[in-house]
Design a protein around this ligand. Structure first.
Ligand SMILES: [Zn+2]
Ligand SMILES: [Zn+2]
Ligand SMILES: [Zn+2]
Length: 136
């Protein structure tokens, strides 16, 4: 979904399309990797208040237009879209790539459900290591 499509949906739902809301979506759309709130604010290039950006991110997350990710860095990252996928993260240069897992973890989830009598609603899985450049 493009930022423009998201803005149209929000408008149709009766939500206000503020400059900040618009800018956050446009910036996220241009980025190839998930960013933290701080990185996002730097890329936005304007002096937007931190609280405002967090409030916007929370709103967009609840509307399921962006996904919040936790790579165990002590900060959350955000990316546009809510399609389920995973990431490979370089621990040296912090490059992040989006990856799909064939069949994902369906059979693992089914086994867990059975063994632990647990109703699983989802999972998060990220891979850490060295990217091609950093292996040299
Ligand atoms: Zn790297
Ligand atoms: Zn991703
Ligand atoms: Zn998955």
């Amino acid at each position: 979904m493009t930022s423009q499509e998201i803005l149209t949906i929000l408008k149709n739902k009766g939500f206000r399309v503020t400059k900040t809301r618009q800018l956050i979506l446009t910036v996220l759309e241009q980025l190839s990797a998930p960013v933290s709130e701080h990185e996002l604010r730097l890329k936005m290039g304007t002096t937007v208040n931190k609280t405002t950006v967090y409030r916007e991110l929370e709103f967009l997350k609840q509307q399921r237009f962006i996904t919040e990710l936790d790579f165990g860095e002590g900060k959350k990252r955000y990316e546009l879209g809510s399609r389920h996928h995973h990431h490979v993260i370089c621990t040296n240069c912090n490059t992040v790539e989006h990856v799909d897992i064939p069949n994902d973890l369906k059979s693992i989830e089914q086994n867990l459900s059975r063994k632990n009598k647990f109703k699983i609603s989802g999972h998060a899985l990220e891979f850490f290591g060295l990217c091609q450049n950093c292996q040299k």
